[in-house]
Design a protein around this ligand. Sequence first.
Ligand SMILES: [Zn+2]
Ligand SMILES: [Zn+2]
Ligand SMILES: [Zn+2]
Ligand SMILES: [Zn+2]
Length: 336
Amino acid sequence: MKTRARKAISVLLCAALIVSASGTAAFADVKEVSYNDGICEHHKVHTDTCGYREARPEVPCKHEHTDACYKYVGVESPGDATESGGNADRDRVLDCPHEKGNHDDSCGYQPAVEAHPCEFNCTECNNISFVNEDGESERHKATPVTDSSVTLWDTSENDGWYYVTGTVNFNGNEQNSKRIAVKGNVSLILCDNGVLNANQGIAVPAGSSLTIYGQSSGSGKLNASSSSYNAPIGGTPRDVNTETAGTAGTGNITIVGGTVNATVKIKGGGPAAIGSAYANNDPFKIEIKGGNVTANAGEGVGAGIGGKNADITISGGTVNATGGYIPGEVLPQLSV
Ligand SMILES: [Zn+2]
Ligand SMILES: [Zn+2]
Ligand SMILES: [Zn+2]
Ligand SMILES: [Zn+2]
């Protein structure tokens, strides 16, 4: 019987709650960023839909209790009857809706409102909002991905930040045609309702990294697939830029938000849907901190997420990973 190389899915579930040493310091940081005057000349004033809210303290309840706010508890027996109504042995207890948080228009109560930053995306300034790994809105200058003419994403502009809004298709018809490759530490923002279809996937070679962010609704989508020995997101057995075989390895992949679908579309091939390509042995990291991630090795024989020497950490999000098919063996599945 032949020995078959087996895929490994190693998963470390890590629920980390990091509490700032000083909550007040964190609050002060938020206050220092002033969005009062909008974010740029194209968004001078905040709107109902941009997400901006100023912090407001709680307005306390001014309700004063009346007799109607009390009730009597305990068993009333006929012998207890008194002139005042027969409650001599019963306890009078407060039963007021305002005490239970059910306020009305008369009491003036208003809950505190937390500040929220503006999430307006200025596509003229390329000043784009995203949700960071702490679930907070931030913004970064980013390069728009408007069509498939540029397949090398590097750090020469905007520190390697890119964003997708609307629908952008990269339709390659063979292994490395229209395969996107990142070079350096690249970040991608999937704007809400944006769709990036990359049918030959995104190469993340060793020494580079890809971090994927979403926005507040998480509806921005990356559909990455591969009809070759390339991983839909990750390793490439052949360097897409130099066309040299076997040297590219796999870099670190981090998903913070958005909807990421990765699918292998080759029968019997070995790439992971998210992870290394066939025959890659270099250690690399995959971290999933949020978002909706579906990774499917399809009819290949690779892992859904991982590959040899993959160090996988899942600390948030919804993850469905399905490993490839080996005749006669149980499909390895990971659902978190
Ligand atoms: Zn705004
Ligand atoms: Zn009351
Ligand atoms: Zn009240
Ligand atoms: Zn602007």
